[in-house]
Write a protein that binds this ligand. Structure first.
Ligand code: XMP
Length: 512
């Protein structure tokens, strides 16, 4: 389907996905592959170029990652970043030295040669380094094109081929090249036509969905999150009334969630959304369950039961649509190949197994920012598109211990006040995820002339790029005071508001 693409080979760098996103920002399709998959590739037709990522390993004694000869058969442009540069040097018999200390952090890069990959850059610029081993002797027929103040050989180029190695990280924003290095590689060296645009992605997907689905019916679990909403929107554009969305209210959603979804899709003519109120069933099954993982399991199973029951009512349903996005695909591939990368997968309510439905995943190739752009272009209300992520088990992992309807009601009100005030004070978009947590403990307070005895809630707000690590958001004190007062005044069952200032790690973002 993709006429041209760039490959990013993932040697375990924490920045691999960032490299891929930078390429996509240049309207160019790219795929992330493991080194094992690279070895299996038979030809490089349609491959505009290849980027080798950094990684935690050393090339010195490790031969596992030798580059296949195929990469060098045609003059396919190649860019090695850090570990990737060391792999290139090893392949062409340069020298790499183990070092006892890492060169980590900012460094000043001095450009020595005017070559396409460095076009448009100042002669000196700040770059971000993070490497242990260093190249001490470059291979024959390569030239140094830039060095750092520490005199390490920071960028090299083959004299007669489009093969580049750089020892710093152009993909991170701490490298002050304004994205020009990746831009140059993608556009000037790989000569991408830049056809990976939102409009083209939509057009391609729409015809692809039509081709696949024909006259069948598709069902989709709509959660109100960005991914399922955008999946619904694009499938609706392709097949309109052949799509039915099922929105399940499990009693653990935020305040007015259903209304938000209705509003989000108000401009979608004739979109079929079935709203199912299953709060009683979910909360009944959660009765007495206190362990976080058990709660997740109960909710996941109940979701499948309800979804199955509802979807059986839809005649001719042959497809189940899901909002799987590219990071989910990369992460599950990586975790099956490299055991040390395994991270728990959060999605609640996977596939009802015995339904015999075929899977339709129109967002499988897209990063979150691309999904958001698609959503806006397709006409979903931008408020829905720009919402913070919300976990599948919903408020159940924000109510510590046993979940009760009354706790969920209290939490919904407090959380709504917090989130609304974040919008009012223009803080919402500066935060990656914010929410309120309910603690089933009581604390004394004074309201008016009387003594109150209410519950405690905590505010949680973090900044993060990938949700794997996160920092607490630094609130102005006045904001905290104001929101705390409003919550205690407006929600009679709450007597105290705390603030969670833990980073991830060692804490997690959710409390359970
Ligand atoms: P943690 O708490 O693991 O959260 O630091 C990282 C991100 O994942 C979300 N999260 C979940 N999402 N089902 C989901 O769909 C879950 O069970 C779940 N647990 C955590 C969390 O909101 C944050 O964005």
């Amino acid at each position: 389907m993709h006429e041209e693409k760039i490959l990013v080979i993932d040697y375990g760098s924490q920045y691999t996905q960032l490299i891929a996103r930078r390429i996509r920002e240049n309207n160019t399709y790219c795929e992330v592959l493991s080194p094992e998959s690279l070895i299996k590739i038979k030809n490089l037709d349609n491959i505009l170029g290849v980027i080798l990522s950094g990684g935690p390993n050393s090339v010195i004694e490790n031969n596992n990652y030798d580059l296949p000869d195929l990469l060098f058969k045609k003059n396919t442009p190649l860019l090695g970043i850090c570990f990737g540069m060391q792999l290139i040097c090893k392949k062409f018999n340069g020298k790499i030295q183990e070092s006892t200390s890492r060169e980590y952090g900012k460094a000043k890069l001095e450009i020595k040669k005017d070559v396409p990959i460095l076009n448009g850059l100042n002669k000196t610029l700040e770059v971000w380094m993070s490497h242990g081993d260093s190249v001490t002797e470059i291979p024959n027929n390569f030239s140094v094109i830039a060095t750092t103040n520490k005199k390490s050989l920071s960028a090299i180029k083959s004299n007669d081929r489009e093969i580049y190695g750089i020892q710093f990280h152009p993909e991170v924003t701490h490298t002050l090249d304004e994205g020009k290095i990746i831009y140059n590689f993608v556009n000037k060296i790989c000569r991408s036509k830049g056809e990976w645009t939102t409009k083209n992605i939509i057009d391609n997907q729409v015809s692809h969905i039509r081709e696949k689905v024909q006259s069948d019916h598709v069902i989709l679990g709509l959660s109100g999150g960005v991914d399922s909403s955008v999946a619904a929107a694009i499938i609706h554009k392709a097949i309109q009334s052949q799509l039915t969305c099922i929105f399940i209210d499990n009693g653990l959603l935020r305040l007015n969630e259903k209304e938000q979804v209705e509003k989000g899709f108000k401009d979608f003519k004739n979109i079929k959304i079935i709203y199912v109120d299953a709060a009683k069933l979910f909360l009944g099954r959660l009765n007495g369950v206190t362990d976080p993982e058990d709660k997740r399991k109960v909710i996941g199973k109940t979701f499948i039961d309800v979804f199955e029951r509802e979807s059986k009512k839809i005649k001719n349903a042959k497809w189940l649509a899901q909002g799987t996005i590219y990071p989910d695909v990369i992460e599950s591939a990586a975790s099956s190949e490299n055991a040390h990368l395994i991270k728990s997968h959060h999605n609640v309510g996977g596939l009802p197994k015995d339904m015999n439905l075929k899977l339709l995943e129109p967002l499988r190739e897209l990063f979150k920012d691309e999904v958001r752009k698609l959503g806006i272009e397709l006409g979903i209300d931008s408020k829905l598109i720009n919402r913070h992520p919300f976990p599948g088990p919903g408020l159940a992992v924000r109510i510590l211990g046993e979940v009760k309807t009354e706790y969920a009601d209290i939490l919904r009100q407090a959380d709504d006040i917090f989130i609304k005030m974040l919008h009012e004070k223009n803080l919402y978009n500066k935060i990656s995820q914010a929410f309120t947590v309910f603690m089933p403990v009581k604390s004394v307070g004074v309201t008016g002339d009387g003594r109150s005895y209410g519950n405690v809630v905590s505010l949680r707000a973090v900044k993060t790029i990938d949700f794997m690590t996160a920092k607490p958001f630094n609130f102005p004190f006045e904001f905290l005071e104001e929101v705390s007062t409003k919550i205690i005044n407006d929600v009679p069952d709450i007597s105290r508001v705390c603030l969670d200032i833990s980073s991830k790690p060692p804490a997690t973002i959710e409390w359970e």
